[in-house]
Design a protein around this ligand. Structure first.
Ligand code: HEM
Length: 393
């Protein structure tokens, strides 16, 4: 428990952290990686380069500090981040390293303004926040380990099949190398893939949504090939160009909170842009097979026909369903965007909508869904990358 004095100091200095948060966390990361280069095996270097991760961490520490009296309020955010941490293999012993470097960076950036008393208060507060993460993550690790065919951290998988879905998206069917089955997962969840790319000093980890309904013996991920000059593209290019059927990849157990409530039978809309279609495929296939009578709409925006993945699969699911519709628009063509009018025509605002795609797409879809009268509690979304990028919503 934090003392009342500590709480007061935290609350009164939280705005300073907001102002200098990014400077502090930027400094923090460079210090931490100098002393603990092994952590570069876990962190995404591209996110670091773009400053996205710094912002995410700074904002979370700030939000936690503001709610230090009642951390319950930020529990949904803690749980979402904890899923990511568990998928990456973050361990309790990592927290003191992060904490120590965060405090040193605070002291460096704030200078004399950061008195010993203030630093001590933040050290205590970090301890409380870290304990919340550690305990949530501990119970997640326990649940995953206990699940049938579940495991913690990374396990060897073999690429059983590699299938081109469009000019830019390729699917990888992954089976455990030890011949076991895979755990059941909730549609919408993701796995982490860890690779050692020849010539790269550190391992690289990326999350990919599972792109088919849960199957007993395999996972499927569908990876977009990023541009050659995109720092975030190194893993996707490696997977596309160098990983072939029969090769091994390290995979972590399914995680994530952007999931379909498959028990519902009320109207549902799946709205995706580009490779944001991947979690929708898992959700849509699940609805098509388990509740085919559910009123369902699938709206998708792609650049053009050649970048449009899964068209035939979606059509075959629609054919099996009693009340499903499917429309696609191509942004390379005139008026090729999902508009408010299109949402109005297809989406029942009393149902649920699942949205996934690039940030501008998500921002626009969420705004228009609100405009057609859909309540926030029914709009579910996931953005690929640090979640805080959607703060502007
Ligand atoms: C991701 C917060 C501790 C490693 C994140 C994200 C947030 C966050 C907000 C972005 C989540 C998203 O993408 O949706 C925190 C907070 C911590 C903490 C508040 C302390 C209380 C740690 C520790 C480690 C760690 C101890 C391990 C050394 C990572 C990694 C990512 C991540 C590797 C993925 C992003 C990337 O690769 O750049 N964390 N974290 N975090 N966290 Fe933490």
């Amino acid at each position: 428990m934090l003392s009342p004095e500590t709480r007061m100091i935290i609350k009164s200095t939280a705005p300073v952290l907001e102002d200098h948060g990014v400077a502090i966390t930027t400094r923090f990361y460079s210090r931490m990686f100098e002393e603990h280069p092994e952590l570069l095996n876990i962190f995404n270097h591209a996110n670091q380069a773009q400053g996205r991760q710094q912002t995410a961490l700074a904002k979370t520490v700030y939000a936690a500090a503001v709610h230090i009296d009642n951390l319950e309020e930020i529990m949904p955010a803690v749980i979402q981040i904890a899923h990511k941490h568990v998928s990456l293999g973050v361990k309790p012993e990592h927290y003191p390293i992060v904490g120590a470097h965060l405090l040193i960076a605070m002291k460096e950036v704030l200078g004399d303004a950061a008195t010993d008393e203030i630093i001590q208060a933040w050290s205590d507060a970090y301890g409380v926040i870290a304990d919340a993460f550690i305990s949530v993550e501990k119970s997640m690790y326990q649940t995953t380990a206990k699940q049938e065919n579940g495991w913690n951290y990374f396990k060897d998988f073999v690429v059983a099949r590699k299938v081109k879905e469009s000019d830019v998206i390729t699917s990888f069917y992954l089976k455990p190398a030890d011949g076991s089955n895979v755990p059941t997962y909730i549609p919408g969840q993701y796995i982490s893939v860890r690779v050692s790319i020849p010539g790269e000093k550190y391992t690289m980890i990326r999350q990919y949504s599972l792109s088919q309904a849960s199957k007993p013996d395999e996972f499927r991920i569908s990876v977009k090939r990023e541009a050659d000059n995109d720092p975030n593209g190194i893993v996707s290019i490696y997977l596309h160009k160098q990983v072939n059927e029969g090769d091994r990849l390290e995979v972590s157990a399914p995680a994530g909170v952007f999931v379909l409530d498959a028990s519902k039978t009320t109207p549902v809309a799946f709205i995706s842009g580009g490779v944001g279609i991947t979690p929708m495929m898992s959700m849509f296939e699940t609805v098509a097979t388990s509740t085919p009578e559910r009123p369902t709409v699938f709206l998708h925006g792609a650049r053009n026909r050649s970048q449009h993945a899964f068209d035939e699969d979606i059509r075959s699911f629609v054919n099996r369903m009693e009340n499903a519709s499917y429309s696609t628009v191509y942004s390379d063509e005139e008026n090729g965007f999902i508009t408010r009018a299109m949402l109005e025509e297809h989406v029942d605002p009393a149902g649920d909508a699942y949205v996934c795609g690039p940030v501008p797409f998500m921002v626009s879809m969420i705004r228009e869904l609100r405009n057609i009268g859909m309540d926030d509690s029914r709009i579910h979304y996931e953005f690929f990358g640090p979640a805080m990028d959607l703060e502007e919503l």
